[in-house]
Design a protein around this ligand. Structure first.
Ligand SMILES: [Mg+2]
Length: 118
């Protein structure tokens, strides 16, 4: 399923409930942040849990999956509301990141981060 289809399905969901009018950029931005916080909440007070352990925890995985979907839904809504081609925006951002974090810069950052790994 592509991004267009997801946006269409979400637009239909909002339209049927007459909720599109509430999806103003400020509200959507706040919603993205709130859902991102709900995602973080699943990890709050836990140590740096290894991926393997997270994947073994069905309840944690279900929660993470749900909040991640919420973040993406609101992100798609923002893109749709402001006529942002999200696929293009993401690819542009990746290009920017490739330039910003060239091999030398990335190596320096990695070295700095490795010092903090246990
Ligand atoms: Mg949520």
């Amino acid at each position: 399923m592509g991004i267009d289809r997801l946006q269409e399905e979400y637009a239909e969901f909002k339209e049927k409930r007459d909720w599109e009018k509430f999806h103003e950029p400020k509200n959507i931005a706040m919603s993205i942040s709130i859902e991102a916080s709900e995602l973080m909440e699943h990890f709050q007070w836990k140590d740096n849990v290894p991926v393997k352990k997270i994947k073994q925890d069905e309840e944690l995985m279900a929660g993470v999956r749900e909040e991640l979907a919420d973040v993406i839904l609101y992100s798609l809504s923002m893109a749709q509301r402001l006529d942002i081609d999200i696929e293009e925006a993401v690819l542009e951002k990746l290009d920017e990141n490739r330039e910003r974090f060239d091999e030398e810069t990335a190596e320096e950052i990695t070295e700095g981060l490795e010092e903090w790994r246990s």
